[in-house]
Design a protein around this ligand. Sequence first.
Ligand SMILES: NC(=O)c1ccc[n+]([C@@H]2O[C@H](COP(=O)([O-])OP(=O)(O)OC[C@H]3O[C@@H](n4cnc5c(N)ncnc54)[C@H](OP(=O)(O)O)[C@@H]3O)[C@@H](O)[C@H]2O)c1
Length: 237
Amino acid sequence: MTSLNRQRVLVVGGSSGIGLAVAEQAAQAGANVTIASRSAAKLEQSATRFGGNVTTHPLDTADDVGIEDFFAKHEPWDHIVISAAQTASGPIKKLPLNDAKSAMESKFWGAYRVAKVARIVDRGSLTFISGYLGERPNAASVLQGAINAALDALARGLALELSPTRVNTVSPGLIDTPLWSKMEPQAKDAMFGRAAAMLPAKTVGHPSDVANAVLYLMTTPFATGSTVRVDGGGVIA
Ligand SMILES: NC(=O)c1ccc[n+]([C@@H]2O[C@H](COP(=O)([O-])OP(=O)(O)OC[C@H]3O[C@@H](n4cnc5c(N)ncnc54)[C@H](OP(=O)(O)O)[C@@H]3O)[C@@H](O)[C@H]2O)c1
């Protein structure tokens, strides 16, 4: 296991949820962490949790020029994690095609765009966050499954193309993050309760569960081309 002490870690989508948990754990492990996302206000708010021990940078994964400019201006990173996404969901018969394309644009092409121009040191790492629907489809979220499976495949291919940089995916199940904050609290609690009852782990996940797996991938020199499930057993249930 390698140390993250003084390593340069970039978390794209680091202002919230899973990305924020990754950033916090990396900072606790001694890394010099930068969190990036679209909203400067959200970044500043999240930075208060680090006691000054984090750098923030507004960045939109949809912005080709902005992404190229960002990586050109920074030294190569030791580790990059891409947790950024905003995706509409629903059965494909009901989801407007433009919303479906926007979802793919945000989660898949956003990660692809970063991977294309990112500069990462040899034996550093790039980690995507996909999702268990990529392996275990749900009739109400078919598109999410397709996007996640595409990301898992992208990581396996890039692990060959970008070698010796290591490329992996963490595939979460249902995780209690601000992603779900648009739901009515009662409806959310009921949905989480039903999900927990069906899962072998008997609980929904927390962002720190996923962050544990990301840190494992960052610090394990033999881990590349992997998809690590952190899904409470969702794929096998
Ligand atoms: N939570 C779950 O149950 C769950 C399950 C499976 C997979 N996942 C996946 O895990 C990843 C993280 O989800 P989360 O639950 O942590 O969601 P979240 O709390 O909503 O965080 C999403 C992050 O992405 C950033 N973001 C969104 N669009 C962006 C863009 N175009 N460019 C840059 N940053 C962008 C957001 O910040 P700004 O608004 O400031 O841009 C925010 O920091 C997503 O890919 C999600 O699909 C989540």
